[in-house]
Structure formats: structure tokens, C-alpha cells
Design a protein. Sequence first.
Length: 402
Amino acid sequence: MKSRSRSMPAVLALAASLLLGGCGEADAPAPVAAPAPKVSVLTLAPQPLTLNTELAGRTAPYLVAEVRPQVSGIVKERLFEEGGRVKAGQTLYRIDAATYEAELESAKAGLAKAQANVATARLKAQRFDELVAIDAVSKQARDDASTALKQAEADVATAKAAVKAAQINVDYARVSAPISGQAGRSTVTPGALVTANQAAALVTVQQLDPIYVDIQRASGELLALQRDFAAGRLKRVAGDKARVKLKLEDGSEYPLEGALQFAETTVDPGTGNVTLRAVFPNPDRLLLPGMYVNAVLEEGVSEHAILAPHAAVSRDPKGNATALVLGEDGKVQQRRLKIERAIGDQWLVTEGLAAGDRLIVDGLQKLRPGMSAEAADPAAATAAAATHARAGSSGPQAAAAN
């Protein structure tokens, strides 16, 4: 009996604890769902965009003349400064012309003799014409006199040609510049023996203003460009010739703009490239032949280009370009993109995004397709997009099309 009375308080305590525990669970508040994360979005809008392509190239002179002697002899004098400018027709070298001048005098004497023979033959032919009328001489004699006159006249023509040829050799003894331009290094000095039409040039004259820039481009890229024009995806830049800009070897920009002059009609079978040639003004001779440059070529204008910041585009495990878009229902959607090229700190997107899409540019690591999200206020979104664009500009600039 005493044992039962001692256990009663323990039973009551246990019951009280159970009752209190049950009341506590009933009174606990239900868990609250986490709010949808706020994300910065950029509403995409199409815009006109001039597409440029940067290609490697080398400069080449506009005109080149390798000056060679056309007569043989000893160089008596050099009449130009190496590296200086020369004008077309300016005498560069003087070759000893004593022999050629003597040949000229001999040719002139031969001409005088032939002309004297013509005078005698003409008088004889006239006299025989008068005598044959009174049968004082035979017709055969008259015909022989007439033939002799014609031979004398032919001798005069031959003598005149000889004089002209001798005069040409005398003139060739003064070696002249065929074009205006910059003279290079002279390969001979006074006293050197030169020969007519020798293999080695005496000096090379190059016209450097304007100057050519030869550019190599893959034939496949040209075909794709032509298809874009044919399909209307690109419009040609105003004007007949595309504008071209240059970046020099040290990375600086050349201040003057050039124009694409022509494209080669043959593909190099070894490289698969086509040569494009642009022409640039070069008044200060800043561009020299053989310089390596980068040519920025205007291809055309895309009237409805879609651009996405670098920070808003990522890659899946297969290397495909992807982006997250906030749908009208507030759900996050993943888009697979096709990227054509980098334009500054943005990608030019040709597939996967459209005008009006709300591209998520912030907090991509915390989001998954299908999650709910809420767009931040426009001011914050614009600031976040600008910040990420600057951060993404230091990343890779090239992307493969997917």
C-alpha cells in the first residue's frame, strides 16, 4: 500500500509532462517558405551594329621600280641621296657615254651622206624623165635612175634610224628614275662597271604614298559573309568600297582610314586563304613596306543585333554557351545560345535570345532552371549589368559557334 502511494506522484508528473509536450507542438508556428531571390535582369533590345573583322596583313609599296642600266659602261657619278625622295625622270646615275656619243656622230655623218646621195639621184631621175620624152635615153635608163632615187631615199631612212638608236644609247647613259618615290640603297658606286640589263638593280625606288596592305582571309569566311548578304542578315556598308582601319605593331591605331580595293579571284591551295588588298594614304611615311599590321575590316551592318554581356553567358560541361532568362511567369529558364563573335565586352548572339527577353546578369551560381525569381528594380539591374560587363571584359574574347 505504501509502495503504491509512493509511485503515484511519478505517474502524475509523467502525465503532466506528456500533456505539456502535446500542447507545445500544437501551438508551434508553421514553417514560412523562403522568398524568391531577386536577380538583376537586362531586357534585350535589337540594335544596328556594324560588324568588323580584325585580320593580319602586311604593307606593300604602291609602285616599285628596280632601276637597271640599259647600256654598259663605267658609272661616273651618282646624283641622288640614298633614302631620299626622287621624281620621275630625275637622273640617278651617269654612265660614261664617250663611246655612244662617237657612235652618234658616226650615225649623223652616215645620214648626211645618204641625204647627199638622194639629192644627186633625184636630179638624175628628173633629167632622165626629160630626155626619155625626146627619145634621148632609153626607158630602161629612166627606170634605173628612178630606182636609184628610191634606194637613196631608203638609205636616208636607214641612216635616220641609226641616228635615233645612237641617240637612245647616249640618253640611256643617264639612268633616270621611272617613277616618283623613295630611293633605297645604291648597290654601286662611281667607278663600277655595269652592263646592260644586268640582274642586279642599281637602286630600288618605291612609291609609299599611298601604300597597299595585303590581308589574308579564309575562303570559308568569305562564303559565309556572302550568304549573310544574300539572306538579308547583313547590309552592305554605305559606299562602293568597305572602309578599313589599321592597328600597328605596337598596338596603336593608324590615324588615317583606308579602303578595300579588291579581292583576289584565286584561293591559295596551300593555305585556303584569299588575298584582300586595301589602300591607305601615307603622307608621313609612317607605314613602310613589309610592316606587320592588323587590319580592321568593315563587313556589313546587322540591323537587329542581339548583344549579351560576357558575365551573363556561361558554358555547360559540353562547352555549349548558355544563359539564364527570367520568364513572364517568374521562372528561371535556361537557353542554349549560338555565339558569332565578341563585340567589345559583349557577345553577338545569333540564336537562343530574342528581343524582349529578360537576361539574368547577376547571381547565376545560385539559380537553377525552374526556380522562381524576382526581377530587381531597373536601376539596380542596370548597375549590376554594367559592373559585370566590366568584369567580363577581361575574359576571353573569342568564342566558337555552337
